[in-house]
Design a binder for this molecule. Structure first.
Ligand code: DHB
Length: 305
């Protein structure tokens, strides 16, 4: 791959540019990943896949919020054994890395799914630790440093590919979870998953989503996600992917300055699939204007004393 100001070595992944499709947006088909890659994404992250097929929650699963959306899909997915075929096919047509998002109900479960994804050709695995934990209904695995470390250790031992942990913002101090993940062997972190939220209908006087609560994403959460990245980068040297409300090049630059070296784009892709290209072009112009030779030159600049 030709090296230029935009290309970046991220935790061993060769990215042509620092933009990635965030998990949960384009389903599971190789064709949709191909479309995203052709639109300029530097990597694609799949929707989360588990050990068994799941149908997910009843409708409504998505509701519009102020400058964002709230969703509670219930992790619908075909199960890893079906999905491995799509991973294999994706590898034959994609020229950018495919990162498989994995969820589970125990450390063993996570490790088994991650291993199947890696064996099928996933270039990296991203752990979704924001799903409710079975033994602790309503809580997220990603809220407990101990559970998180256990999962990361077992997945790390099971695969030979970069391991990315997507952290939850629904915690008091995200650096505690970042530390647990890094010490347990995470190669990189994604900051962050969705914020827990609810929408209530004044007419029916009831929650709108069938699951009542869901995850908030989009522009409204950018300042929170940016703060999470900044907090982690302030304490650790780990590679970070910024995620939360990125919809234009300026948002992407802000995440790079906060300490991320790549960004994921989710909600904004639904409005404009060309968003990857426009962000990459905008970042390139910005680097030129600021006399920076590469993305790496501006990562974390907002931390200078
Ligand atoms: C769902 C999963 C998530 O990780 C998230 O951030 C939001 C929604 C879900 O499938 O319900």
């Amino acid at each position: 791959m030709e090296s230029n100001a935009l290309s970046i070595d991220f935790a061993g992944l060769n990215l042509p540019n620092p933009t990635m499709l965030a998990s949960g947006i384009m389903g599971y088909s190789a064709e949709s990943f191909h479309r995203i890659a052709k639109s300029g994404a530097g990597a694609v992250v799949t929707k989360s896949v588990g050990s068994q097929p799941r149908t997910g929650y009843a409708n409504p699963t998505v509701v519009q919020a102020e400058s964002g959306i709230i969703n509670a899909m219930g992790l619908p997915n075909p199960g890893i054994d079906v999905f491995t075929e799509e991973i294999k096919f994706s590898k034959t047509i994609l020229r950018v890395p495919i990162i498989v998002s994995v969820f589970g109900y125990s450390a063993e479960d996570y490790a088994a799914v991650a291993k199947k994804a890696a064996d099928a050709g996933a270039d990296a695995v991203e752990l979704n630790v924001s799903c409710p934990h079975v033994k602790q209904t309503g809580a997220e695995i990603g809220q407990s440093p101990k559970l998180l470390a256990e999962i990361v250790q077992q997945v790390k031992a099971a695969i030979n590919k970069p391991l990315i942990v997507k952290l939850s913002p629904n915690v008091t101090d995200i650096t505690v979870l970042a530390q647990a993940a890094v010490e347990a062997g995470a190669d990189a972190l994604t900051a962050v998953n969705t914020l827990r939220a609810i929408a209530i209908d004044a007419e029916t006087q009831m929650p709108i989503l069938a699951n009542k609560k869901g995850g908030l994403s989009g522009a409204c959460m950018k300042p929170v996600a940016l703060r999470c990245v900044y907090d982690i980068a302030d304490q650790y040297e780990v590679p970070i992917i910024g995620c939360g409300g990125v919809s234009n090049w300026r948002d992407a630059v802000e995440f790079l300055l906060a300490g991320a070296s790549a960004v994921q784009i989710g909600t904004a892709v639904a409005d404009d699939i060309e968003v990857f290209q426009s962000i990459t072009k905008g970042v390139e112009n910005y680097l030129r204007k600021k006399n920076a030779r590469s993305v790496k030159d501006i990562v974390g600049l907002a931390h200078r004393k």
